[in-house]
Design a binder for this molecule. Structure first.
Ligand SMILES: [Zn+2]
Length: 259
């Protein structure tokens, strides 16, 4: 459950000069939504969403795809909004579908990435709670190889398989343009391993939930410059890329708690 008082406090707010965010993290983390799905908004909704994000000071939105079926939509959105950066990838939940219905997706992925030098690979990853992890691993490996070949960043989803994800990513890490870990619910020990790979951590709305002790503990252990925030899937009119500002403020408070 999200803290309603905090949500209210942040609803429609821009960045507060007194927030302390600047002191706790580089300002960039409060102006970048590191993991969004703008294609989930309707054509009618999207202009207002992007306008509100701009008003809140959001200067970059990393727009992740789910599979080859939404890559063209993402290209179109990112062509229309300069702050939106396209991510092309196969989400682990849909690895089987991509393999069955979109044979040759790897070549299309390379072509899509080649059209935009700033495009990244994502959303990719592993999810032990949904789908066949061995199929996911094959699909992830091919995406990592393409990202490494082109020197692109990867935006990664993981649930219940952080060790396996680490094993998959680490051989490619030196050639990747960056590793973004979406919603990083992992142990401090695992976070330490990913930090050594150069990964950054993208925290979402669970940070606002007092019951999410693991996440709130973890963010205190990640060094400045490696913490970012995300809106992820749209879920109600009060959430969107501007939620990042609220998350950055909450993170600064949590870091203040541990001195
Ligand atoms: Zn996502």
């Amino acid at each position: 459950m999200i803290m309603s008082a905090h949500t209210l406090l942040c609803a429609g707010s821009g960045r507060s000069a007194e927030s302390g965010v600047e002191a706790a993290f580089p300002m960039d983390c409060a102006s970048r939504d590191c993991h969004a799905h703008l294609q989930e908004y309707s054509c009618e909704e999207l202009p207002a969403v992007m306008e509100r994000a701009r008003s809140a000071g959001i200067r970059r939105v990393d727009c992740c795809s789910e599979g080859p079926w939404d890559w063209d939509a993402i290209s179109g959105i990112c062509a229309g909004y300069p702050e939106a950066v396209p991510g092309y990838g196969v989400h682990p939940w849909y690895a089987g579908r991509a393999e069955a219905e979109f044979r040759g997706w790897e070549q299309v992925l390379r072509e899509k990435l080649s059209c935009r030098p700033d495009a990244f690979v994502g959303e990719a990853g592993l999810d032990a709670r949904r789908g066949d992890v061995s199929v996911q691993r094959g699909v992830l490996d091919r995406q990592l190889r393409i990202a490494a070949d082109l020197g692109r960043a990867v935006n990664l989803h993981c649930a219940g398989a952080w060790g396996k994800l680490f094993d998959a990513v680490s051989p490619y890490a030196p050639k990747l343009g960056g590793v973004v870990l979406h919603s990083p619910s992992m142990s401090a020990e695992m976070a330490e391993r990913f930090l050594k790979l150069g990964a950054v951590f993208s925290f979402g709305r669970r940070l606002l939930c007092p019951a999410s002790l693991k996440i709130r503990e973890l963010i205190r252990k990640i060094p400045e410059g490696r913490v970012f925030f995300e809106s992820d899937m749209p879920s109600g009119p009060e959430y969107g890329p501007w939620t990042v500002v609220c998350l950055a403020e909450r993170a600064a408070e949590l870091r203040g708690c541990c001195g």
